[in-house]
Design a binder for this molecule. Structure first.
Ligand code: CO
Length: 161
């Protein structure tokens, strides 16, 4: 386990469509361990592999004490609409509101290569969508409205990763 450098906006890896994980092996599990450490150290609620310089389709979301590791995720369903503030470890110092579904169902593989499926609503749904976007080279800031700094956001609710 180790901390990895977080890639910031402007690095081309964040704009790339990531490749599928072909085999979920010890190397992949080591990267996931490092991603988790790195995310927690930075006090994020989500991190995607390209954010630590790895071009592979996997991410972690950690909300309300639950940790979700997703490899080769596929969005199965989404419905509703919400538009709450988000931030990103790769876009330090900026927040903005992004339109997202209020409900999603997502499937993928866990760290043992076993199929997993999650349903999520509200903030958790936003977190899954945000991280899933990273795998297609999309950053929240490119589709956000009301972009602001943390100081400007103070007094408002819902600061999200
Ligand atoms: Co992000």
């Amino acid at each position: 386990m180790a901390l990895r450098n977080i890639v910031e906006r402007g690095d081309e890896i964040l704009a790339k469509k990531c490749r599928e994980v072909k085999e979920v092996n010890d190397h992949i599990r080591m990267i996931l361990d490092d991603m988790l450490d790195t995310m927690r150290e930075a006090q994020g609620v989500g991190i995607a592999a390209p954010q630590v310089g790895i071009n592979r389709r996997m991410f972690i979301v950690e909300v309300d004490g639950e940790t979700y590791e997703m490899i080769n995720p596929v969005m199965l369903e989404q419905s509703g609409s919400q538009c709450e503030y988000e931030g990103c470890l790769s876009v330090p110092g900026l927040y903005g509101r992004v339109e997202r579904p209020t409900y999603i169902k997502i499937a993928g593989l866990n760290r043992f290569g076993e199929p997993v499926e999650y349903e999520a609503e509200g903030f958790l749904a936003t977190a899954f969508c945000h991280e899933n976007d990273h795998l297609d080279g999309q950053l929240f800031i490119d589709k956000a409205v009301d972009i602001c700094t943390p100081e400007e956001l103070m007094g408002e609710d819902d600061m999200e990763e």
